[in-house]
Design a protein around this ligand. Sequence first.
Ligand code: TMP
Length: 222
Amino acid sequence: MTSDRDRGTFITFEGGEGAGKTTQIRLLADRLRAGGHDVVTTREPGGATGADSIRALLVSGATDKWDPLSECLLLFAARREHLVKTIWPAMEQGAIVLCDRFADSTLAYQGYGHNVPIPFIEGLYASVVGDFEPDLTLILDLEVSVGLGRAISRNTSAASNEDRFEKMDPAFHERLRAGFLEIARNSGGRCVVIDADREPDTIAADIWDRVSERLSDAGAAA
Ligand code: TMP
């Protein structure tokens, strides 16, 4: 069944800590806008007023501040606000929405990382999001030690307190990296794994090829 939301394109960026998603989203948005596309950039958790308030609860403080299941429920509450207030309206206007993290992060972090049962997360997804899903997901893959090193130095220099997840133990980060790769294998082609241990411009060129391919399949010339 088609809906007005199908006028837009929903592209999500995923990966562990320090994978370079923010830089790549900026480069892709600039290139798409230069080509005349209407682009909306957003992120999770966040992207709408209520969702930003929930983000503040989740991303700072002690690693054990939330029970994993509570954490999952908060993420889906934030996601619902984000969809209803930001993503779906932009899609209905025909925009290309570039989103820094979406539900694959919940599967990877809360599911593979914290052992929340995957069927529970899939059930929440069906109730909260329905049959809407990304047109394309770019998973930026990187060695855990390299990514965590980048994330820690970035947060130290920006004096950010958004470090709750990166403080979790390395085994947690290894589980979620393996989780993202498994999600990609099971995604039926929706997800593409991008080697994020390269120069930003090389990664951007790789991403551009994947995105322009999808846009031309969908009839929207890049
Ligand atoms: P960010 O650092 O990429 O902005 O994301 C904030 C943190 O939130 C990041 O450490 C991963 C975490 N997160 C989850 O654990 N589950 C989720 O579903 C999402 C969207 C983010």
